[in-house]
Structure formats: C-alpha cells, structure tokens
Design a protein around this ligand. Structure first.
Ligand SMILES: [Fe+2]
Length: 179
C-alpha cells in the first residue's frame, strides 16, 4: 500500500502549485479554495461515518483544474484526464469527473456531447464536493435554491436542470442524515 497509484494524493501546496503552473484564472483558484473550505465545513459535521478530509480538501482544490483548458462541461473530463496523467489517485480524477451540476447521467452526457456514460457522484467525498461547489457561486456562498434559480433565469427551467436540482437535493438530504 502507501505508494500504490490509487493512493497518491498531493498536499495542499503541491495542488496550489499545480494550479498555478497550469495558469489557472485567479477567480477559478479563489472559487476552488472556497469550495474546499465549504466542503470541509460540511464534512466535519458528519458524525455517523468516516470521511476522508484530506481527499476532500485536495479534491475540492483541484475539482476545476480542467478550467485551465475550457469552461464548457468538458472541463470535468479534461480535469480528470490531467490528474490521471500525472499519476494521482483515481479518487481525485473521479471527483473532477463527477462534479458537474448534481452529476450527469448517460442521457444528460449525450445531450451535452460528452462520452456516453454516467458522471454521477457516488462516494461520499464526491457528493460533498459536488454539493459544496453548488453552494459557491464564484466565491459567494448561496443556497442550492438560489443557485438553481439563477441558472433557471439564465437557461430556463430545462428538464436537465430540474433533474439536476432534485439530484443535488437528494445528496444534501443524504449528507444531512449523516450529521
Ligand atoms: Fe467545475
């Protein structure tokens, strides 16, 4: 164990240096730091099961690393690839891949032109980061309701957004039950 690929997790400084070396936008870095703070806040309230705080912190810091290449939904896939290629834990690349909206299923993925498969947060750490990300509009903390209302105003109450809101509310409830 210890040195196996699935175990490799950079520390905070390494993660921030990596973002800098890929020339991440200042606003994206600030957002990622806020998502990390929020995700840790949520995680520390969980009492009923064990949560990997280290993975949450680093995963949140790197969840938008793909935005160094594109701001479209593909940033999740690209971010996942960047982390995989650098030999980091598969847990980190999955966090990246599964943080869009409340997760995307195969049908959503197809509609957005992504390779057809599910991108749904499965592990608790993935769910916590996905939820924390929805709570941070840039660096401003918002409720899930506010977050989705802004998207509804911008894109309309599309099926995909409504489905996504239900998904993230489910995730929120599941996490609250563990507190
Ligand atoms: Fe993102």
């Amino acid at each position: 164990m210890g040195n196996k690929k699935e175990e490799i997790l950079p520390d905070r400084e390494f993660a921030l240096d990596l973002l800098r070396s890929l020339k991440i936008q200042h606003s994206v870095r600030r957002h990622s730091e806020k998502v990390a703070d929020k995700a840790l806040d949520i995680a520390k309230k969980i009492t009923k099961v064990k949560v990997d705080l280290n993975l949450i912190e680093i995963g949140a810091l790197l969840h938008d690393i793909g935005r160094t290449k594109t701001h479209g939904f593909k940033h999740a896939l690209i971010g996942s690839k960047i982390l995989r290629e650098r030999g980091f834990s598969d847990k980190l690349s999955k966090i990246c891949e599964r943080h869009i909206l409340g997760g995307l299923d195969k049908i959503d993925a197809k509609r957005f032109g992504l390779p057809e498969k599910d991108y749904l947060p499965i592990t608790l750490e993935e769910k916590i980061i996905c939820l924390a990300d929805k709570h941070m509009a840039g660096t401003r903390e918002v409720t899930i309701h506010e977050r989705f209302n802004r998207w509804f105003q911008k894109y309309g109450r599309s099926k995909i957004l409504l489905k996504s809101k239900r998904r993230i509310e489910e995730i929120q409830k599941e996490i609250e039950r563990l507190m």
